[in-house]
Design a protein around this ligand. Structure first.
Ligand code: MN
Length: 243
């Protein structure tokens, strides 16, 4: 545990240094997980990272007051909520009492997505007047969206069409190695945006009904007998996630 934390703290420091220089995070840690340098941890807790620029740096396009409220109040509340939910889950594990698992999982999804997405969002912006996408980035966007304009058209349309609260998202699909544009409605529909699934259990009825009928619990219990732990480890190793 402590090894894992010190590694994360080292990655955080590395990333913060790179960001202070206006560069993307570099180095072995960043290669393992390009988001690692953006997230800050202290004593095992998620912490609110400072904005990588001044509150008024994005004016006139985004105003200082909006940035102060958005970062200092909204984003801070997500970080506090995520830490609170994780602490409650630790207590639940120790007591072997998962009566509140539905609510607590939802809290991790809601606050975790809020924290991860806002951290990315701040770093996805910079003062007006900077460079456009590099040739390499333009080539990658053109590969998967036809052209830079094709990407911007789709991303803009997806963002404008999100129903209610939510996000437009450019995401990398790691198994097929392809960029995708997605919409997130709200952001907490029981997944924490920003995570990469590594072990999944299908609990749709089609996955177990012939053998277990309505007894999903027994299906889940028996499922542990067929887990490919080796594959899970390889997936985590590929992302630099092992202790
Ligand atoms: Mn927000």
């Amino acid at each position: 545990m402590s090894d894992s934390l010190s590694r994360r703290e080292a990655l955080t420091a590395l990333g913060a240094g790179a960001l202070a220089l206006g560069l993307h995070a570099t180095g072995a840690g960043a290669a393992d997980n390009p988001h690692a340098g953006l997230m800050a941890f202290k004593d095992g807790q998620y912490v609110l990272p400072p904005l990588p620029y001044d509150y008024k740096a994005l004016e006139p396009h985004i105003d200082e007051q909006t940035m102060r409220l958005h970062h200092d109040k909204h984003h801070a509340a997500y970080v506090a909520g995520l830490n609170k939910a994780l602490a409650a889950l630790e207590a639940a594990r120790k007591a072997n009492d998962f009566a509140a698992i539905q609510a607590l999982s939802g809290q991790v999804a809601f606050h975790g997505s809020g924290h991860f997405l806002h951290t990315l969002f701040w770093n996805n912006m910079r003062a007006p007047g900077g460079a456009g996408p590099s040739a390499a980035l333009t080539a990658a966007l053109s590969r998967d969206f036809g052209s830079l304009d094709g990407f911007k058209g789709q991303f803009g349309a997806a963002s404008k069409a999100v129903e209610g609260s939510g996000w437009g998202i450019l995401a990398y699909e790691m198994l097929g190695k392809k960029l995708l544009v997605l919409q997130a409605e709200k952001h907490q529909n029981l997944t924490a945006q920003g995570v990469v699934p590594v072990l999944v259990l299908d609990v749709w009825e089609h996955a177990y009904y012939l053998k277990y009928q309505n007894n999903r619990g027994e299906y889940v219990n028996q499922w542990w007998n067929v887990v490919n732990w080796d594959g899970v480890e390889r997936h985590l190793a590929g992302m630099g996630a092992l202790v």
